[in-house]
Write a new protein. Structure first.
Lengths: 588, 288
């Protein structure tokens, strides 16, 4: 199943037969040829896995190769293709040019409502992390809509149903949930264990004597692009989260008014909220943050062209899920905004308040189609593709300078509202001692660990592999931080491709994968297997717990050893055949 | 150890190698340097050197552009290369041992830089301008064609494609070097291996102009073979890259020598006839 269209073998051989003799010109023969071309020959099943090279991610490629090896044992022709992260996102998430990918799900999908954009058929055609699998299942759609409108036990049940559905039909296979391994300096008595550094606010929680934090990582994208709406350049949103403020942030597990001083919810038929902004809040360029900026932002997120209703909208893929919760936003006065939500539960609606607020005076000019050398290219707007350097936000940190592909420096904003008295925020925010945050890019996880053990950096900012653990353990003045992460490695299927469109085929593919073995063998035990994306949250049903293997798609073998005969039988039951030892399907 | 430390280490070690080699070769051949040859040589090959210099400078400044362009128009051949040669590099690494790793790491970083710079010094002090001219032209061709290939083909090396099976021996044992190599190259630029092609170029030129400095040929040959092996042993290049590197070297030396002899005169008249067939001629030249 390569990207090139291919002449079906049947037709090709008929053509060859036609060309081989003059007798072929006889009308009887032509009739026969017409009859023959109606039949399609069976074709080997060929798949390609796209993923990251080892320099960019310590495990992705090894996981991809291990999965490919299992698939090959079952008679499928598979190859693995590594590419840079930016390119991988472009090909898989923007252009749907893939059969399978191995990537980590972003942190956002720990929130159950985020699964709406990941799995609802409405987003099957949309770019970015919006249903990249083109998965369409009416039952799944119904449960997704149900969890939006309900709360408590009902919502839990809806989400459990959703996870059971996708565990069976497999739009993606959960490979393993890795632990985040970091190297950190011990010499400054930093309270590394107080925060897990996956949320921007975690950085404010760090207590460092000199106020400096030097982070080293392998992801160079943030040094060339700081656009919060960019799809290809965002991974965790930590840096843009420090530069930009949302109306509310999840702090200590609660949505807490942030840029807003108060948010009053009322629910009539659908929830509404009265948002009052804090007094005297300024953008990093000195302009005031006003209610107009808030309304502008929500309008921009819904349609970055800010066009009328007649032309096609170009929404921001990164924040589309949150934006779809909002029905209308309007200015009440200079500091007050009224939001009305669509028919959702109030708790779900709150998530819409976590989108970053952007300055109208900077982004107003970015609503035209993006152009190269003055020539517009397609319909995508400048807002989605600008590198946004320098960024003008209102966040607790501001941009100082960057060296593309090498470094980035952010500094604390003096007198940010979060440090003022009476801000009604947790004490650790006002007391934060961090003054400057620098990011340095190196070539691989080993180099990143080395930068920490040499004292050039304080902590690793991107995942480092388990193979670096002994190196961290040996080094003086360096400690090992291991934390459970919420970002699983997944094998994503493009359900728009032949064979992969068949849920039974995907279900059987998933049974060729031993998640427990991947964690032990590839991640050296720094991982745990899981079935559904909400594993480790209160929204995860007990019956999906991984006790003795995967309860829904159990591995067709034992301890990583595939039972080839069982795998073949399973594919035969799904309507496939074997030609010699190769899996063949009806036609491609 | 920062980038600067690594860089100064490389400069110091390579300088030392230069001094030792110059001394040894002088002692072996017993000939002194002809006064004035330096100035004449510089004048003779000035334009060629300027072209090479411009190319190197361009390489440094447009590297990022090249990478961007490469993702836009290049073909990702990593899977294809692996399909051709399979686990050759992994098999090669099964012989890995700490002394070998140390030797090949040294050769890959210090030996390579020495191998590239020493012929320039050697030939610039010699009274025949042809070896110097041929070297510069061959270098320029290596870089030029190499850059073009890097734009056309996106490929990751075995250490990036087969982690687990192939270890990144150089960077795992000596992570500081990655700071240096990532300054001069991208991890998607592996086809062809410029380490191999430039080292092989030096060895082929040493063979062709062996009368210039007879002691140099064995050093260059061993050095080039070691560099080619090192690129694979360390998990950086595929066998395919190395073979393509040899081809590129053969082509570059063929053209470089021909250019030098056209421009600076031809001593051996019988070879002129051989130069008529281009591809055959290029191969013929190495046989001598």
């Amino acid at each position: 199943m390569s990207d090139q269209p291919r002449l079906p073998t049947g037709r090709r051989s008929v053509l060859a037969a036609l060309g081989s003799g003059a007798a072929a010109l006889g009308s009887g023969c032509l009739r026969r040829a017409r009859n023959l071309t109606g039949w399609r020959s069976t074709q080997p099943v060929e798949l390609q896995i796209k993923t990251l090279p080892a320099d960019a991610d310590p495990y992705a490629l090894r996981l991809g190769r291990r999965v490919a090896a299992w698939f090959r044992e079952a008679g499928i022709e598979v190859d693995v293709l590594p590419m840079a992260e930016q390119e991988l996102v472009r090909q898989c998430l923007l252009r749907s040019e893939f059969d399978l990918f191995v990537m980590r799900l972003p942190e956002t999908f720990r929130d159950p409502d985020a699964l709406t954009t990941l799995l609802h058929s409405r987003f099957a055609d949309a770019p970015g992390w919006q249903n990249p699998f083109s998965y369409t299942d009416l039952d799944a759609d119904a449960t997704i809509e149900r969890q939006r409108r309900t709360s408590g036990e009902q919502r839990r049940e809806a989400l459990a149903d959703l996870q059971r559905t996708i565990a069976r039909s497999q739009p993606f296979t959960m490979l393993t949930v890795p632990d985040d391994v970091r190297a950190a300096r011990t010499d400054d008595d930093t309270n590394w264990r107080a925060a897990d550094l996956t949320d921007p606010m975690d950085y404010l929680q760090l207590e460092r004597g000199d106020g400096q934090l030097r982070v080293v990582g392998t992801d160079r994208r943030a040094t060339t692009n700081l656009n919060p709406l960019s799809v290809e350049f965002r991974r965790s949103g930590v840096l843009t989260g420090l530069l930009y403020d949302p109306l509310a942030r999840p702090l200590d597990g609660e949505y807490t008014p942030w840029l807003a001083s108060s948010i009053e919810f009322a629910t009539d038929e659908a929830p509404t909220a009265q948002v009052t902004l804090r007094e005297d809040v300024r953008w990093h360029d000195g302009e005031s943050v006003t209610a107009d900026d808030v309304v502008f932002t929500y309008d921009l997120l819904a349609d970055t062209t800010l066009g009328d209703d007649e032309s096609a909208a170009v929404p921001s893929p990164e924040f589309r899920g949150r934006r779809t919760l909002v029905d209308a936003v309007s200015v009440v006065d200079d500091r007050r905004v009224a939001l009305s939500f669509v028919d959702v539960d109030e708790d779900v609606a709150r998530r819409a308040l976590t989108a970053p607020i952007l300055p109208e005076h900077v982004w107003r000019d970015r609503t035209d189609p993006a152009a190269i050398g003055g020539i517009p290219v397609g319909t995508v707007t400048e807002a989605l593709v600008t590198n946004n350097i320098p960024p003008v936000g209102s966040g607790p940190f501001e941009f100082v300078r960057n060296t593309p592909r090498e470094r980035l420096l952010l500094e604390r904003v003096d007198d940010h509202f979060s440090t003022r008295e009476g801000a009604a925020l947790p004490d650790w925010i006002a007391d934060s001692t961090l003054d400057a945050l620098s990011v340095r890019v190196v070539g691989s996880d080993v180099a990143a660990v080395e930068a920490v053990t040499d004292g050039e950096a304080h902590v690793t900012g991107t995942a480092v592999g388990a193979s670096t653990v002994p190196r961290i353990g040996r080094a003086e003045g360096t400690e090992l931080l291991v934390r459970r992460s919420g970002r699983p490695y997944v094998l994503g299927y493009n359900t728009g491709r032949p064979h992969l469109s068949n849920p039974r085929f995907r279900h059987t593919l998933a049974r060729l994968i031993d998640g427990a073995h991947l964690g032990e063998d590839v991640l050296d035990g720094y991982a745990r297997p899981a079935v559904g994306p909400l594993q480790g949250t209160p929204w995860y049903p007990d019956d999906l717990a991984w006790d003795d293997g995967n309860p829904v798609v159990p591995f067709l073998g034992e301890n990583g050893e595939l039972n080839t005969e069982a795998a073949r039988e399973s594919f035969r039951e799904a309507g496939y055949q074997y030609d010699d030892e190769t899996l063949v399907g009806g036609a491609t | 150890m920062s980038l600067l430390t690594v860089l100064s280490n490389v400069v110091a070690v390579v300088l030392l190698l230069h001094l030792v080699s110059l001394g040894t070769l002088r002692w072996l051949s017993g000939a002194g340097v002809r006064r004035g040859s330096l100035r004449e040589n510089v004048r003779a090959v000035g334009p060629t050197a300027a072209v090479l210099g411009a190319l190197l400078l361009a390489n440094g400044t447009v590297r990022d552009v090249g990478v961007q362009l490469s993702w836009l128009i290049g073909i990702n051949v990593t899977g294809a290369i692996h399909a051709i040669e399979g686990g050759f590099v992994a098999d090669l690494q099964s012989f890995a041992a700490p002394p070998l790793t140390a030797y090949f790491s040294f050769v890959y970083v210090f030996g390579y830089v020495f191998l590239l710079t020493f012929p320039i010094v050697l030939y610039v002090l010699h009274d025949d301008p042809r070896p110097l001219s041929a070297t510069l032209v061959a270098y320029a061709l290596n870089y030029g064609i190499g850059l073009l290939c890097y734009v056309l083909f996106v490929a990751y090396g075995p250490r990036n494609f087969m982690p687990g099976a192939v270890e990144s021996l150089l960077f795992a044992n000596w992570p500081e070097v990655q700071a240096l190599t990532s300054q001069v190259n991208e991890n998607t630029n592996v086809f062809p291996s410029l380490h191999t092609s430039l080292s092989a170029t030096v060895a082929l030129l040493a063979a062709r102009y062996r009368s210039t400095a007879p002691g140099w040929l064995p050093i260059a040959a061993v050095g080039a073979a070691s560099v080619a092996l090192a690129t694979m042993y360390l998990g950086i290049h595929w066998l395919t890259d190395v073979l393509a590197g040899f081809l590129l070297a053969a082509f570059s030396v063929g053209v470089g020598a021909r250019f030098a002899e056209r421009r600076h005169g031809e001593d051996e008249p019988e070879s002129r006839e051989r130069l008529h067939g281009t591809a055959g001629g290029a191969v013929e030249q190495f046989r001598r």
